[in-house]
Design a protein around this ligand. Structure first.
Ligand code: ADP
Ligand code: MG
Length: 242
């Protein structure tokens, strides 16, 4: 396969930082690829991180980034505190969540785990006859030092799915293990609801999950327009091709 010249260091292997230079990430690419596979980061988001979040836009808003930086650098994570990133589709919630997982790895050596919630439930269900693979997936999800549950509450859930999510969330809650959640719907009803007509997560998943999550997670509301199909994304695509 043709090796593209790294756009960050232009093939030099070093990049400028505040206090000098440091090894460019491309030098560690084979290592990070393996780690990001282990973290289950989807291909579409493999190259997404803080460096390509447009500052000031949606999730790149300074107030949000400040809160996120504060979270990553603090000890909140060791106390089981997570984040609940909520906002309409296309504003960069998944991009931000992937970026946070990567920063935890880069800064603190923490190898987290990413799951789109629906995919997780599907994978569990399709192998759930008490089979080893379902048990392994569940074990990984319950024990990961930090877990991203992407797009939680995007649809009504069967009793089975609710029970499984309940088990995952309560197990992590009891073990002081953080969860980073992204969602299109509010955790609980509030005046400034993203969409006051939408059901809340509390209504969709029940009060006991919602109250655990509101205890565990700091809420980060994201406002803005859908960035899919905008110049922002088109530029990214052009860069990826070029
Ligand atoms: N502030 C931003 N800076 C850079 N890219 C962004 C930003 N907000 C959204 N995007 C891009 O828009 C697309 C949709 O974002 P995504 O994280 O999938 O949205 P959501 O999870 O909120 O539905 C992705 O390609 C993402 O990288
Ligand atoms: Mg998303």
């Amino acid at each position: 396969m043709e090796d593209k010249v790294c756009p960050r260091c232009e093939g030099l292997g070093w990049v400028k930082v505040k206090n000098g230079v440091q090894r460019c990430e491309c030098r560690y690419k084979h290592i990070t690829d393996t780690i990001y596979n282990r973290m289950n980061i989807p291909k579409r988001y493999r190259d997404k991180d803080f460096s390509n979040l447009v500052k000031g836009e949606t999730v790149g808003h300074p107030i949000i980034m400040e809160r996120v930086e504060d979270y990553i650098n603090s000890s909140k994570y060791t106390q089981g505190k997570g984040l609940f990133i909520v906002g309409p589709p296309g504003v960069g919630k998944t991009h931000l969540a992937v970026g946070i997982l990567k920063e935890f790895f880069k800064r603190r050596g923490v190898v987290g785990l990413f799951y789109d919630t629906r995919t997780l439930l599907f994978n569990l269900k399709s192998s759930f006859d008490g089979s080893a693979s379902a048990r392994e997936i569940l074990e990984d999800v319950v024990n990961a030092p930090i877990l991203v549950l992407d797009d939680l509450g995007s649809e009504r859930l069967s009793d089975w799915a609710r029970d499984i999510l309940h088990y995952i969330i309560i197990s992590r809650y009891n073990d002081l293990k953080p969860i980073i959640i992204t969602s299109n719907i509010d955790l609980k009803a509030r005046n400034t609801s993203v969409n006051a007509l939408e059901e809340t997560l509390e209504e969709r998943m029940g009060q006991s999950i919602a109250s655990r999550l509101s205890e565990m997670c700091e809420i980060i509301p994201v406002k803005g327009e859908d960035k899919r199909g905008t110049n922002l994304v088109k530029t990214e695509v052009a860069n990826a091709k070029g």
